[in-house]
Design a protein around this ligand. Structure first.
Ligand SMILES: [Zn+2]
Length: 240
């Protein structure tokens, strides 16, 4: 049994009909879903489920092995084999997509400018942060990076996602831009998902992105922080 992650193929799906394949203590898994279960610095989706005339909030989704579990706000009367409709909170998800693609652009700009590799990132619903091992960075440089990221985003680069084999991945040198590539070695067994933004960025990524960088709108600098001796952190959001 496994849940097919439709958000990998089309991150713009807002609702889908699915069949219940497993019941867990806190929720249910379906044969396919559009709910992103969280991971890779991207938060899980929320939304609701429609079963017959009943509509119930899905407050959380998470991965459990090959299943993606939807956690309803209240216990649901649902059985294996039931057909239902899943609907995501699109406003929340779309904001997260815009933030996620923004972080990739910022990391590309940073790499182009200084050769720095990402040491961490996290997307929240209203903001996102990204870390670099950049001792000599300061707020002015951080502002310049965000400004340049806005110039890049407004050019409207196409964002593509596709899968490669581990052999193909090893040949794609740009993919090795991530600071700690060793952590990916354990995943180098099956197909690997790649997100490519025009000719400016390419990364291993399981998250959801906008299909054109002009959809991001304005990337707004929020805060610059020193985290420890080496790491420097930038917080951004997207507007409107
Ligand atoms: Zn990413």
């Amino acid at each position: 049994m496994e849940t097919e992650p439709l958000y990998w193929v089309d991150s713009y799906l807002k609702n889908v009909k699915a069949k219940v394949i497993s019941l867990l203590d806190d929720g249910f898994a379906t044969d396919k879903t559009i709910f992103y279960p969280g991971g890779g610095g991207q938060p899980f989706d929320t939304g609701y489920v429609i079963i017959g005339n009943v509509e119930e909030v899905i407050k959380k989704s998470y991965r459990n092995g090959s299943l993606i579990v939807h956690v309803p706000d209240r216990p649901l009367d649902v059985s294996v084999g039931d057909e239902l409709e899943l609907v995501i909170d699109w406003d929340r998800r779309y904001r997260v997509m815009r933030l996620h693609t923004s972080l990739h652009i910022i990391s590309a700009v940073m790499y182009e400018k200084s050769g720095y590799l990402i040491t961490g990132s996290q997307i929240y619903v209203d903001r996102a942060r990204i870390d670099f091992p950049a001792e000599e960075m300061n707020k002015e440089v951080a502002l310049e990076i965000v400004e340049e990221a806005n110039r890049v985003a407004s050019k409207g680069y196409r964002v593509e996602t596709f899968f490669v084999t581990p052999e193909e991945a090893r040949e794609m040198k740009d993919l090795f831009r991530v600071a700690d590539f060793k952590k990916y070695e354990k995943y180098m067994t099956g197909p690997l998902r790649v997100v490519k933004i025009g000719d400016i960025d390419i990364q291993f990524d399981g998250g959801t992105h906008v299909k054109d960088t002009s959809e991001i709108g304005e990337i707004k600098f929020l805060k610059y922080e020193s985290k420890g001796r080496r790491n420097r952190r930038i917080y951004i959001t997207v507007e409107p």
